[in-house]
Design a protein around this ligand. Structure first.
Ligand code: GLU
Ligand code: MG
Length: 442
């Protein structure tokens, strides 16, 4: 992304007839928020003087300490292509600050920035390439979302079977206009399911881009009369939505996950990073898979991981090493889903990887076979651990993982609190499945 100075932004606002600036940020639970200011307020906005009532944001501050400030990152200035092209709307992504000017600990973007400082101090840059999956569903006559689709297409199919190609095209063009490079987009395995892959970027930009991609998909789908959902598992008998994250570490422009002398061309650093991810995968699961529904995706048979293993090729593993080497060498983490807060998830994954590097952990041997078909005795004999089976288990694992808790900082407890409430609410529900199974039989 270009580096904008204050005068560039003022000029763009004038030349492009921008009338509104959306000051955006993300709450602890991953919801994008914004306040629109008129162009006349741009100086105040750039000076970080736009305020919000933090006590109205989920997981944020209490009423007695509610005034907070939005400090925009000028490099994120972009015109929203889907808004009117006269009296245009631009956005800037902001960090939330306390009245004394210090960064607010409960702002996920600040959490990621803090963790990125650790990697920078090691002379490294973390690059992240996300792949987001989602469904496009029909809406009913009142415009409400359904889980129906008229699309009958599967993996890599095209029109007329594929009913989402126009939406994918519009999203891709909109993102490119905003300076976000899209690498590929395609129909996914399930009917009505799609994927958009972003070109790798530094971790902070990647997290910003994920939030923008989700907004673009939802907005443009709605314009086309469709409902887009990143819900991890909307349909019982179809694949769920994953958000695979490709990680690589660079030093002075060189990919340090690559080692040409290693038989598998993977560096020691890459192996330590993998070991760190495996070590903390249970601990960061409540972040990467934040919903009750997330755990319904991670079951055998749909290319989503259940076990803590790594492999060069196998898509049932938690971590896969895609074929490219050299500058393209990367570690693909397959557990996250697109409902996660990308800032917190990346911060926790980075802390996990760095812990692997600092403690010089070695990953277990890689497992090439299909884990979905492996009998439980064999999994046990090979000491293969599982991902948590529910949000409740994941929250416990997070609380017991000091590395993840430290990466999140003081607001980790608010996250746990909010998510535990969600679990308690869910626990009280009686599902259709229970009624079908038990109402007559018992
Ligand atoms: N949809 C699968 C998941 O839930 C992933 C499919 C793929 O390999 O792209 O993670
Ligand atoms: Mg996919």
């Amino acid at each position: 992304m270009e580096a904008y100075r204050r005068e560039d932004i003022l000029r763009l606002i004038r030349e492009e007839d921008v009338q509104f600036i959306r000051m955006q940020f993300t709450d602890l639970f991953g919801q994008l928020k914004n306040v629109a200011v008129t162009a006349s307020q741009i100086q105040r906005a750039l000076d970080g003087e736009i305020m919000l009532d933090g006590s109205s944001i989920q997981g944020s501050v209490r009423v007695e300490e509610s005034d907070q400030y939005l400090k925009p990152d000028p490099n994120t200035f972009a015109i929203l292509p889907w808004r009117p092209q006269y009296g245009k709307v631009a956005r800037m992504i902001c960090s939330v600050h306390n009245p004394d000017g210090s960064p607010f600990d409960g702002d996920p973007r600040n959490v990621l920035k803090r963790e990125l400082k650790a990697v920078k101090d090691m002379g490294l840059t973390l690059n992240v390439g996300p792949e987001l999956e989602f469904f496009l569903f029909l809406t009913d006559e009142d415009g409400n979302p359904s889980t129906r689709t008229a699309d009958k297409a599967g993996y890599f199919d095209l029109g007329p079977l594929d009913h989402g190609e126009s939406t994918r095209r519009e999203v891709t063009l909109a993102l490119e206009k905003m300076g976000i490079a899209v690498e590929a987009s395609h129909h996914e395995a399930a009917a009505g399911q799609h994927e958009i892959d972003l070109k790798y970027a530094d971790a902070l930009t990647a997290a910003d881009n994920i939030m923008t991609l989700k907004l673009a998909v939802k907005t443009l789908a709605q314009k086309n009369g469709l409902h887009a959902t990143f819900m991890p598992k909307p349909l019982r008998d179809a694949a769920g939505n994953g958000m695979h994250i490709n990680f690589s570490l660079f030093q002075n422009g060189r990919n340090v996950f690559y080692d040409e002398n290693d038989p598998e061309k993977l560096s020691l650093l890459a192996r330590q990073f993998i070991a760190g991810l495996l070590e903390h995968a249970q601990g960061f699961c409540a972040l990467a898979n934040p919903l009750v529904n997330s755990y319904k995706r991670m079951v055998a048979g749909y290319e989503a991981p259940c076990c803590l293993t790594w492999s060069s090729a196998n898509r049932s593993a938690l971590i896969r090493i895609p074929v490219p080497r050299g500058q393209g060498t990367r570690v693909e983490l397959r557990s996250p889903d697109p409902a996660c807060n990308p800032y917190l998830t990346l911060a926790a994954c980075l802390a996990a990887g760095l812990d692997g590097i600092r403690r010089e952990l070695a990953p277990p041997p890689e497992i090439a076979g299909n884990l979905y078909n492996m009998p439980p005795e064999e999994l046990a004999a090979r000491q293969i651990r599982n991902l948590p089976a529910s949000l409740e288990d994941a929250l416990r694992a997070m609380e017991e993982d000091p590395v993840v808790m430290k990466a999140l900082g003081p607001y980790a407890v608010r996250y746990l609190e909010g998510k535990r409430q969600e679990w308690e609410e869910y626990k009280k529900q009686i599902s259709q499945w229970e009624l079908d199974q038990y109402l007559v039989a018992w």
